[in-house]
Design a protein around this ligand. Structure first.
Ligand SMILES: Cc1cc2nc3c(=O)[nH]c(=O)nc-3n(C[C@H](O)[C@H](O)[C@H](O)COP(=O)(O)OP(=O)(O)OC[C@H]3O[C@@H](n4cnc5c(N)ncnc54)[C@H](O)[C@@H]3O)c2cc1C
Ligand code: SF4
Ligand code: SF4
Length: 416
């Protein structure tokens, strides 16, 4: 194989514009492969089989008897974590890209499939295959938007790569797992991040314009678990804006596409290891899901600080408030203009009393479950029986949301 042939290979936004049109699509890349019809079986928005894929990947479905599995999916361990030496440019401390660097350093994989920033627009994700560990730094950081990650699977295989690692968000990893057996790789390592409230890069630029007079100077943005948005600037400056003070009423009603409002896999349950921040109380949050995930984490043994995740507060009132607001918004009230998951925080939560650590992560997962049900019920009720797996109903039941006739998915496991 000739790695050099492909080192600079990227897919650029002009290609993105020509993606086949599909409703409920985040352009994960399958529709751009030689067999675009595989979307029918690979897409989490068409006919997902969460139970079947959890069993395929982890050897078992999430267990309602195991604490937190109903919320976060099958796992072996959870940690609060940071790299001892945080990497510049990383979204948090850089655990995600550091694991991939190690896989390349050890020659465990031939290439890493991930996103880097578009050379013209730093917020636009562009898929890339990286074969040298020192090039992983180009991938660090979060971009907002969709890009066809999986369209580089066939080129990777054609170049002779046998073992690959993939870093992706849940809708990309779902499709990858659905196709995995047919792809022809010897081994695939999946490093997932959670994902929520994504939108197009164009929409995101509108948001940046609203929150700062110099949006082009912003180099970093994160919604933190301390109820602030952190902004970093080219000058080196840092600003934290409390959620309460975000000027969000100006956002258009369709700011978040229906895909991301009805996406039921917040924690990337089909990855070998999930690396996020929601349960991390200011640090990162790691979920190892199987033996491979444990091995990936072990690569950083000397470089990482691992702690037991904390949990404090009570989510119930926050989630009830959220549900009320989503219901009101569905009636067309002005509330609809604020991102759904911020509303309960605005109306009820304050940083010092709200859910923290794992309780914060549970809060967000339950909010996403409720949001998925209510938005689909209002906008595409005929898809509910295909898109809402039974474990989502189990989470929603605590908030008086039960499946109506015709809404229940067949064969997605028992209602625990
Ligand atoms: C749109 C989006 C929403 C997210 N929402 C949440 C959330 O609600 N809660 C939470 O805990 N975590 C969320 N994350 C994950 C979080 O932002 C961090 O990526 C994660 O905590 C890992 O941090 P790190 O320092 O280890 O990552 P780094 O080492 O900096 O690596 C980040 C990796 O993410 C990849 N990436 C960046 N942007 C995209 C993109 N648009 N699509 C696909 N891959 C991308 C990069 O290529 C890189 O490989 C989200 C990520 C994205 C992309
Ligand atoms: S599988 Fe991917 S490309 Fe196909 S419809 Fe779903 S999100 Fe879009
Ligand atoms: S919120 Fe869900 S559907 Fe939207 S980009 Fe993230 S994983 Fe994909």
């Amino acid at each position: 194989m000739d790695h050099h042939l492909f080192e600079q290979k990227t897919i650029h936004p002009s290609v993105s514009d020509s993606a086949p049109h599909r409703s409920l699509c985040t352009d994960c890349g399958v529709s751009r492969t030689s067999q675009p019809k595989r979307c029918a079986s690979a897409c989490q928005f068409i006919q997902p089989d969460y139970m079947g894929l959890e069993i395929q990947v982890h050897g078992r479905h999430r267990s309602p008897d195991k604490v937190d599995e109903l919320h976060f999916g099958p796992f072996t361990h959870m940690y609060r974590a940071s790299l001892k030496n945080p990497r510049p440019g990383a979204q948090w401390s850089g655990i995600t890209t550091r694991i991939a660097e190690k896989l390349l350093e050890n020659a465990t994989v031939d290439a890493v499939l991930t996103m880097e920033a578009d050379p013209i627009d730093k917020w636009r994700p562009v898929p890339v295959l990286i074969t040298k560990s020192q090039d992983m730094q180009r991938a660090r950081g979060m971009r907002m938007g969709y890009a066809p990650l999986l369209s580089l699977l066939e080129p990777a295989r054609d170049l002779g790569y046998k073992k690959i690692a993939i870093i992706g968000i849940p809708c990309q990893i779902y499709a990858l797992r659905a196709l995995e057996k047919s792809l022809g790789f010897e081994d695939i390592f999946v490093i997932g991040t959670p994902c929520s409230d994504n939108t197009t890069t164009e929409n995101f630029h509108q948001f940046l314009k609203l929150i700062d007079p110099n949006p082009s100077e912003i180099t970093y943005l994160e919604f933190k678990a301390n109820y602030h948005v952190e902004l970093r600037f080219q000058s080196g400056g840092v600003k934290e804006i409390p959620f309460l003070q975000l000027p969000l009423s100006e956002l258009p009603q369709d700011f978040f596409p229906l895909t991301c409002r009805t996406c039921v896999d917040y924690t990337n349950v089909l990855s070998d290891i999930t690396i996020g921040y929601m349960g991390g109380e200011g640090e990162q949050w790691i979920i190892t899901r199987n033996k491979k995930g444990e091995e990936l984490l072990a690569l950083l043994a000397e470089e990482i600080v691992l702690k037991k995740p904390g949990s404090a507060g009570n989510r119930h009132s926050a989630v009830i408030g959220f549900k009320k607001n989503v219901e009101l918004a569905a009636g067309g009230l002005p509330l609809r203009k604020m991102p759904n998951w911020l509303r309960p925080i605005v109306s009820w939560l304050m940083p010092k009393v709200g859910p923290r650590g794992l309780e914060f992560a549970r809060t967000r997962v339950e909010m996403k479950a409720i949001e998925s049900i209510l938005h689909l019920r209002r906008e595409l009720p005929s898809r509910m029986k295909n898109m809402i797996p039974n474990h989502i109903w189990s989470l929603a039941r605590a908030y008086d949301l039960e499946p109506k006739e015709g809404e229940l998915m067949r064969s997605s496991g028992p209602l625990p």
